[in-house]
Design a protein around this ligand. Structure first.
Ligand SMILES: C[S@@+](CC[C@H](N)C(=O)[O-])C[C@H]1O[C@@H](n2cnc3c(N)ncnc32)[C@H](O)[C@@H]1O
Length: 278
C-alpha cells in the first residue's frame, strides 16, 4: 500500500513475519509508529518496504512474492492455485465478490452484532465492512484488511463514492499483531476456510492478539453439510478445533447459513460461528 499524507510518504508492511519497522522502533526503545490506515480512499503507509503490487508474482526460489507490498510467504491457497490472491481481482469480479454484502452479515448487523471497533479480516472489495460502517452504530470505527491491493483499491473507491467513513489497509491476517490495534468485534467472511491447519493455528493466535477480551469473532465459512458445497468445505469440528479455549477462544454457537457466490443459484451451505475471546 502506498500513501501520501501532506509532506510524507509512508508504507505499511504488517504481514511479513520478519522484523518490521515497528519491531526496530521497539528494539531501539522508541514507541513504534501506528500501522497505516486508509480513510475515505486515502491510505497511509508506515514501513518503507511497500511496493506496488502490480504484476506481483510468486518467487520460485523463495516461495515469497516477488512484488507484493507485504513481502509475505504465499498462503496454502496461493501455493495450490499458483497465483497471489490479488490476481482474483484483476479481470472482473472474483467468484465470491457478489457486489453487495452477504445477506448473513446484513442480518447480523441488523441484530446489532457489530459493537465497538470492528475489524473485517480479508475484506476483499469491502462490501461487508462498508455495510457495517454505513450503519454508523455509535460511530464505530471499521477497518478492513486484505493482502490483495487490487481489492483494496476497489474498496477505497466505493468508500469515496458512497461517502462512508472507513479504513482499508494492506495487512496479513496471519500477523494482525503488527497492526498494534484492538477490536471489539471481528468479522471473517470467507477467509478462514481458505487456510490450512497450520495457518488456522497461526490465524487463531493472530486474531486473539487484536480482539478485546469479551469481544466477538464472527466467522462465515463454507460448510461440509448439504448439497453443492463451496470449494473449501469446513466441518463444525474444524471450527472448534481452531478456536479452542487453549487459544483464547470459546465457540458459543455454530449455526447453518448460506454464502452467496456468483456461481451458486441460491448460495452455498455455510456455517456462521459466533466465537468469544476469553
Ligand atoms: C473468499 S475472499 C472473501 C472476501 C470478502 N470477505 C468477501 O466476502 O467478499 C478471501 C479474501 O481474503 C483475502 N486474504 C487471503 N489471505 C489473506 C491474508 N493472509 N491476510 C489478509 N487477507 C487475506 C483475499 O485476498 C480475499 O480478498
Amino acid at each position: 500500500m502506498r500513501v501520501v499524507t501532506p509532506g510524507r510518504v509512508f508504507s505499511l508492511a504488517v504481514g511479513f513475519p520478519g522484523p518490521s519497522r515497528a519491531d526496530a522502533h521497539r528494539e531501539a526503545g522508541r514507541s513504534a509508529p501506528r500501522a497505516g490506515v486508509v480513510r475515505n480512499g486515502r491510505s497511509v503507509c508506515y514501513d518503507g518496504r511497500c511496493r506496488p503490487s502490480e504484476g506481483a508474482k510468486m518467487s520460485e526460489k523463495s516461495g515469497a512474492f516477488a512484488g507484493g507490498p507485504l513481502r509475505r510467504r504465499p498462503t496454502s491457497h496461493e501455493r495450490k492455485s499458483g497465483e497471489p490472491w490479488d490476481a482474483s481481482y484483476r479481470n472482473g469480479p472474483a467468484p465470491w465478490d457478489i457486489g453487495r454484502p452477504q445477506p448473513a452479515i446484513v442480518r447480523l448487523a441488523s441484530a446489532g452484532a457489530f459493537d465497538g471497533a470492528v475489524l473485517d479480516a480479508g475484506c476483499g472489495t469491502g462490501e461487508n465492512a462498508l455495510h457495517i460502517a454505513a450503519l454508523r452504530v455509535a460511530a464505530l470505527p471499521v477497518l478492513g484488511v486484505d493482502v490483495a491491493e487490487t481489492a483494496l483499491a476497489i474498496a477505497r473507491k466505493k468508500a469515496l463514492e458512497r461517502a462512508v467513513e472507513i479504513e482499508f489497509a494492506a495487512a496479513d491476517a496471519l500477523f494482525l499483531e503488527r497492526l498494534e490495534r484492538r477490536f471489539q468485534t471481528v468479522l471473517d467472511c470467507g477467509l478462514f476456510h481458505a487456510f490450512d491447519d497450520e495457518e488456522r493455528t497461526r490465524y487463531a493466535a493472530s486474531l486473539a492478539s487484536v480482539t478485546e477480551r469479551g469481544g466477538t469473532l464472527y466467522v462465515l465459512c463454507f460448510s461440509d453439510e448439504g448439497l453443492d458445497t463451496g470449494p473449501h468445505p469446513v466441518g463444525r469440528e474444524e471450527l472448534r478445533a481452531a478456536f479452542h479455549p487453549g487459544r483464547g477462544w470459546d465457540v458459543v454457537r455454530v449455526k447453518p447459513e448460506r454464502i452467496e457466490t456468483r456461481y451458486h443459484a441460491s448460495g452455498a451451505p455455510a456455517w456462521l460461528a459466533e466465537i468469544k475471546r476469553i
